[in-house]
Design a binder for this molecule. Sequence first.
Ligand SMILES: [Zn+2]
Length: 223
Amino acid sequence: MGDLVYTALPRLLIGSLDATKVRDGVPRGRYGAWQRRIRPTVFGEPAFDIELVPTEVCPARPHIWAFTAWKRMHTAALDSGLDSGLLRIYSGYRSVAFQKEIFEYRLKERRTERRRRGLPELEDRVLRKLQQRWTALPGKSAHHTGFAVDLGLYELGIRQGRKTPEWAWLMQHAREFHFYPYLEEPWHWEFNPPGLVEHLKVLREALGGCAPYEHLLNPVFDL
Ligand SMILES: [Zn+2]
């Protein structure tokens, strides 16, 4: 571990790391599930490269802590006979800069599609508003933090995704691994254990000050 090198990431979004802004989960919706949303304004983008899983290990590059917890959860789900493909990490960390690219791309796609279908041209402002229903604005996505993951369930869409035993299992067990649902999208799960803000503060202070940090890379999150 002593040979690890890390670089500071160019961040567009610096989080407040204010623990009082982390909301406790509350049961909501017809599923009675606990949402406990990761807010990008609190956590910001990862400060250091080493916080993210290397591409060779997981191309979606989630935060190391989210990845470690996901691996445990994935193993438990497979032991219950579930489909590993539907539970793989499809998307993880997305920088604010990348989200900007995605948003502009989707906007262009929508404009082209409207033209193809002979629909009237819309003002840029209106079109952007419309697109926000489907694509998070840069700076607003939980994926900026590295703590949100989209699982393989994404490929099934909303309705089909909710009919799978994989989703039912997650709704029942994900919390044991500190993953909370975003109820609008069955594939989107957020790692948000108690004490996450405090652990991040300690890690980033150590990394910024070049203090020993190896022991901080795998903290224990208690329920
Ligand atoms: Zn997502």
